[in-house]
Design a protein around this ligand. Structure first.
Ligand code: NDP
Length: 450
């Protein structure tokens, strides 16, 4: 049977773009539909603009540190619309790069919303009308979107999507949640001069991460001026003349100019024709796939946030690449989900890979050793900044293998990438110790812990 395409991809985010580009490079005829812009959450309203905002918000600290090095300035001012415009310009540039790459690889990009009609047919609804195309293999890479709890007044809340386009910054904001996005945005708003409260329902932010790192982040954020309130949630939001009034679980009321929810993300599976076709999903909507990213319908695949395995861009990219290699290059490829490093661009930032202390203790009992180093980063000494870094190694005693590495402090994201290679290779503590230190640096602490 002849199809219009060998491979058709719905969704041009990290996973979809990588899979389509690689499949085309292996000789497949590839089509890709996207109803917004190419690049997905990461490029358009996630990792990339977030990191630009983090950079912007760190200048406040840099300016106050500068005097410690003899630099004086006669007042600085911050212009939010200028930052938003500069960020938008960069996103436009990246969008163009993505489109060019796809074009250069002969991937046909169609601006339309895709919906499965049958196992080989996709309906494409775009500005120019509705058409259908057929494909031998189909990939769903539609990502995820913010999830908000159902409480009175939730329509007044924003998510990170809207935070990237605010016309003006509020004087005061509450960020709800205690995960990646919440702590990152609390740092951004605080650094940009917004009085910021972080409201988290649990007893400590960043559930699932190493406990000491979580405690440290809470403490350092408070020192920087963020009001971190744990065991606190919002029960209702009311619009008032002055802004928003948040009713909190402890009975108090918090008046803010805006409230941003960062309470997790849910897979985008609506209106894709999945139910009609019988594509199996989990209760939260995530598409169920096997090791080759195949759904229960054997020519339909899914990767990235829509399968909700690990909601990280580099993981979606690896999944897309593995799928393309397996299906179109006769090279069965599996993604290895062990020792995935990750960074949280909080202030201070966190870099982490492998087991946290508590998780390691649960799995290996007494068979672990914990090494830690806490210090003030050299660059903060002259300015007198009282921020301290913390680094930890978790080692399995019986094998001497390093099974966890964690850092909170300047450059943690940059440092953890290299350490992750060592963990992935199964490096032992003895091998860490025999590595010559890079001096003077913070990173050297990872090879000097006794
Ligand atoms: P997370 O899953 O990281 O955190 C969600 C937070 O919201 C948790 O603290 C959770 O609390 C809380 N929460 C959930 N439901 C409610 C509710 N009904 N009321 C109050 N609080 C609630 O999600 P994020 O939205 O922060 O991020 C989504 C994903 O995006 C992350 O999992 C991450 O993989 C990815 N991401 C990665 C980044 C990076 O690599 N730097 C940056 C940003 C996002 P509890 O702990 O109690 O469940």
């Amino acid at each position: 049977m002849m199809f219009d395409y060998d491979f058709f991809v719905i969704g041009a985010g990290s996973g979809g773009v990588r899979a389509s580009r690689m499949a085309a490079s292996y000789g497949a005829k590839v089509g890709l539909c996207e109803d917004y812009r190419v690049g997905g959450t990461c490029v358009i309203r996630g990792c990339v603009p977030k990191k630009l905002f983090v950079y912007a918000s760190e200048f406040k600290g840099h300016f106050s540190d500068a005097a410690g090095y003899g630099w004086h300035h006669d007042g600085v001012r911050f212009n939010w619309p200028e930052l938003v415009r500069a960020k938008d310009k960069e996103i436009d540039r990246l969008n163009g790069l993505y489109l060019n790459t796809l074009k250069n690889h002969n991937v046909e990009v169609i601006e339309a919303r895709g919906r499965l009609v049958d196992r080989h047919t996709i309906e494409l609804r775009g500005a120019e009308g509705t058409t259908t195309v057929t494909a031998d293999k189909i990939l769903i890479a539609t990502g995820a979107r913010p999830q908000l709890p159902d409480i009175p007044g939730i329509e007044h809340a924003i998510t990170s999507n809207e935070a990237f386009h605010l016309e003006e910054l509020p004087d005061r904001i509450a960020v709800v949640g205690g995960g990646y996005i919440a702590v990152e945005f609390a740092g951004i708003f605080n650094g940009l001069g917004v009085k910021t409260s972080l409201l988290y329902r649990g007893e400590q932010i960043l559930r699932g991460f190493d406990r000491e790192i979580r405690d440290k982040l809470n403490m350092e954020m408070c020192k920087k001026g963020v009001e971190v309130r744990v065991e606190t949630n919002v029960t209702a939001i009311e619009k008032t003349d002055r802004g928003l009034s948040l009713k909190l679980t402890d009975g108090s009321v918090l008046e803010v100019g805006a409230v941003m929810y960062a309470t997790g993300r849910v897979p985008n599976v609506e209106n894709l024709g999945l139910e009609e076709l019988g594509v199996a999903t989990k209760p939260n909507g995530a598409i169920i796939v096997d090791e080759e990213y195949r759904t229960n319908i054997d020519n339909i695949f899914a990767v990235g946030d829509v399968i909700d395995r690990v909601q990280l861009t580099p993981v979606a990219i690896k999944e897309g690449a593995a799928l393309a290699a397996t299906q179109f290059n006769k090279t069965p490829t599996r993604v290895d989900y062990d020792y995935i490093p990750t960074a949280i661009f909080s202030q201070p930032p966190i870099g982490t890979v492998g087991y946290g202390e508590e998780e390691a203790r649960e799995k290996f009992g007494e068979d672990i050793e914990v090494y830690r180093s806490e210090f003030r980063a050299m660059k903060y000494v002259l300015p007198g900044r009282e921020e301290r870094s913390l680094m930890k190694l978790i080692v399995q005693k019986s094998t001497d293998k390093v099974i966890g590495a964690h850092m909170i402090g300047p450059d943690a994201a940059e440092i953890i990438q290299g350490v992750a290679i060592a963990l992935k290779c199964g490096a032992t503590k003895a091998q860490f110790d025999s590595t010559v230190a890079v001096h003077p640096s913070s990173a050297e602490e990872f090879v000097l812990m006794k």
